[in-house]
Design a protein around this ligand. Sequence first.
Ligand code: PMP
Length: 406
Amino acid sequence: PADIDFDQIRSDFPVLQEEVRGKPLVYLDNAASSQMPTPVADRIDHYHRHEHANVHRGIHHLSQKATDAYEATRKKIRSFINAEHLHEVIYTTGTTDGINLVAHSFGEQFLSEGDEIIVSEIEHHANIVPWQIAAQKHGANVRVIPVNDAGELIWDEFLKLINERTAIIAVAQVSNALGTVHPVKRIIREAHKHDIPVLVDGAQGVPHSLVDVQDLDADFYAFSSHKMCGPTGFGILYGKEKYLEKMPPYRSGGDMIDKVAFEGTTFNDLPHKFEAGTPPIVAGIGLGAAVDYLTDIGMENIAAHEQQLLDYATEQLLSIDGLRIIGTAQEKASVISFVFDDIHATDIGTILDQQGIAIRTGHHCAQPAMRRYNIPGTARASLSFYNNKQDINRLVEGVKEAKGFF
Ligand code: PMP
């Protein structure tokens, strides 16, 4: 990323200039939520002060303006992820909401007794529990692709799980717990040989790499605004028209209808069929600004910068005696999970916090992944493009200090 000044980019994030507990903030909890740059915050502020009205409803000027701004995000997302059709971009409230939508609506239409849903062993709970609930409802079963000691899917075991009862495969692009990059393109290619659709949980994919849903040939792809410099309360579900058309509505009410009568109601066309009620308008507009911001920097530049930092952080952390990295896959992105045999992750996190360093500790909403490694949780540092080597050095110093305590 030679021509991008990533140090300059830091000045777009006011919070990075602030102190926490008397020390300059080091923010390494990006997998939970990223920080918001000034252009996005300004866009949100401007909307609240000058543009607010309900969308899709009024013929008045302000409502049309709000609708245009809100719908502009759909176009930005379409080109950001290279969706074929605009109506394949469904607004949700986040990754969790998107996966629930598919588990419910795909389930209603396509799941029957004895069917199988394949997920990986290291999924986020958001890509496990909705499938368990759908499976229970339709008499289907959830099957699990195991991972090896490095946190990589065991390909042969995956192949063994595919059979004529497999209805859908749901897998993360990047594991939020271990940082593993799953071979989603290869998984999709294999699944499509058997006409099995694949949902990709892209919560940790989109913020850290250039995603092209047509190149992946993903059937569904879900992600969250708040992990990609946008506000909370918003997200995207990309779905192929051929599935979305056949799936019944998920939530119902205003906007998602065509005609309502007590004799019966018909539903709106895509994408609105899946978008009921007054949406988080400002959050959608904010995500549009975030997409503009990320596009300006370039996702390939972001990926390259973060990969350099990840390599540096991995090397530096491994120089600490007794530190063990959980998740040593060949291909990783933006996440380092680590443990010490004799120090609790929570204690590491607490001592780091006293130094103004924000990481996350615990099971990271991936309890089965923790069980796989026989640990209650990890300390997790997760990177963004606005992090730098100095952040990593502070982290390493902090962990050393924490270690000295015990
Ligand atoms: N999947 C993965 C891989 C995640 O990292 C997260 C967020 N930690 C989610 C799903 C859920 O995202 P959200 O809470 O924004 O719905």
